[in-house]
Design a protein around this ligand. Structure first.
Ligand code: ACO
Length: 430
């Protein structure tokens, strides 16, 4: 195979090195293209643009493969804990028993937030969206750790910030929820592991202790693990782009949370349930909504369907579908919205529009259904995604920072606006 790609433009030939990844992915290194030829590439949505070399996650959308540090997510969802998965992503290998014990203890030790931060919650109206609150709180954590926000943190400092973030994000999320329902905050407990601790902070109250069920813990754990990384998606790319200016980790992750919030990304799990509720309230006519989704003039899309990368099936969705079935069976839940979701899935999967465009249910379709079943309020769904994605964001920020050739992210554009124009004084304007 040739190791150079040739580009012929304006009658001149330029050669560019070919990069082959460890899984055979191929790229053309055009870093010197503009300098050589005066041209840039145009790639709306960056669908064909590799922004970095990364060793964290391998994803093959055609073959529905997703692996963290080489380990298939099917194995991790089945056998690993979220904390082990976080360690794997951030440190590049599975922890030994001693490493895991030390890591888990650090999460317990760091789970409390500064008492002063509680005042922030009081400033928000009850209707404040928890994603907005989460991103603001994570950003404001920088104010509490001035020693950790310098541009080139040491390895030890990065370790410390990442534990602080992972440990505190669930406390902040649970406090935001408690604030929104007007209940007192439930503090993290030292005797509980990561996921049960979070569930307890969300659902226990002074009048009613929360019964921690293994099936619920496992379902939420699977959601966290399956969301833990997904290479250069919109929010991770945002974390990397912000971090490339050497902005601190709190600021970079706060940006990632905002990017995740949109309904085309992590907000889709909330959008799925809202769409199902809308269909239900409108009489449950699924065909009407399928027809709308196919008609571009309506601007309506089937939420939870389609993916930029997966053009076969989303492997995370497959795992969560099985978890949803098990959870509903074990909890004895009979939810008409789930029946509607199943019918919608069945009809869409047989529809030629969805088949031709390779639009399959994505991870958000099933995570929304599971989160609803375990009692997470709909506006907290994207927050669950953010907690899960935290290890991936940290791993990417850390990987980028360790690159000796780190460059500030700065795409170019093709200008399509006015050519030279002159200022017209106000009195002469028409
Ligand atoms: N419903 C109806 N039509 C759709 C849908 C959908 N959910 N998704 C894509 N299409 C159509 C588009 O209209 C387009 O049609 P065209 O070729 O005739 O123009 C074609 O399929 C390709 O769609 P694009 O938007 O070009 O695909 P892209 O890769 O840019 O978008 C995305 C992927 C954003 C996920 C899209 O499928 C979508 O909007 N889905 C619904 C939102 C959603 O579920 N997001 C969660 C993604 S998973 C995650 O973030 C974890």
């Amino acid at each position: 195979m040739t190791d150079k790609a040739k580009l012929i433009v304006d009658g001149k030939t330029y050669e560019y090195p070919i990069i082959i990844g460890t899984e055979g992915e191929k790229g053309i290194d055009i870093s010197s293209l503009r300098k050589d030829s005066g041209y840039i590439t145009f790639d709306s949505g960056y669908a064909n643009t590799g922004s970095c070399l990364s060793s964290i996650t391998f994803l093959d959308g055609e073959k529905s493969i997703l692996r963290y540090r080489g380990i298939p997510i099917e194995e991790l969802a089945e056998k690993a804990s979220f904390i082990e998965t976080a360690y794997l992503l951030i440190y590049g290998h599975l922890p030994t028993k001693a490493e895991l014990e030390k890591y888990s203890k650090a999460f317990t030790d760091q789970s409390m937030i500064h008492e002063g931060m509680k005042n922030f919650f009081d400033g928000y109206p009850l209707s404040g969206h928890p994603m907005g609150i989460l991103s603001a709180m994570i950003g404001s954590m920088a104010g509490y750790y001035p020693e950790l926000i310098k541009p080139n943190p040491s390895k030890e400092e990065i370790d410390l910030i990442s534990v602080e973030l992972l440990a505190k994000v669930r406390t902040i999320a649970a406090f935001a929820y408690k604030k929104s329902i007007g209940e007192p905050y439930v503090y993290p407990r030292h005797d509980l592991k990561y996921v049960p601790n979070f569930l307890n902070m969300m659902f226990a109250s002074p009048s009613k202790p929360y019964e921690i069920k293994e099936v619920v813990v496992n379902a939420l754990m699977a959601i966290f693990i399956l969301h833990a990384d997904h290479e250069q998606n919109c929010s991770t790319s945002s974390v990397r782009l912000v971090g490339s200016s050497l902005a601190n980790l709190f600021a970079s992750i706060s940006a990632g949370i905002n990017a995740l919030w949109g309904p085309l990304h992590g907000g889709a799990n909330q959008a799925v349930i809202e769409m199902l509720q809308k269909i239900q309230a409108d009489g449950g006519d699924i065909h009407k909504y399928i027809t709308m989704a196919k008609d571009k003039s309506t601007k309506f899309r089937l939420m939870g369907f389609g993916h930029r990368i997966y053009k076969n099936h989303d492997p995370r969705a497959k795992i969560l579908k099985a978890r949803a079935d098990a959870l509903f069976k074990e909890l004895g839940i009979n939810d008409p919205l789930l029946d509607l979701a199943k019918q919608l899935e069945e009809i869409a999967l047989k529809d030629s529009y969805f088949i031709e465009k390779k639009l399959y249910p994505n991870v958000d379709f099933y995570s929304g259904i599971i989160l609803r079943a375990i009692g997470i309020p709909v506006n907290m769904f994207p927050v669950m995604f953010a907690i899960g994605r935290m290890p991936g964001w940290i791993a990417h920020w850390k990987e980028m920072l360790s690159d000796p050739n780190i460059k500030i992210g700065r795409p170019r554009q093709i200008y399509m606006g006015n050519t030279l124009n002159h200022f017209v004084p106000l009195e002469k304007r028409e």
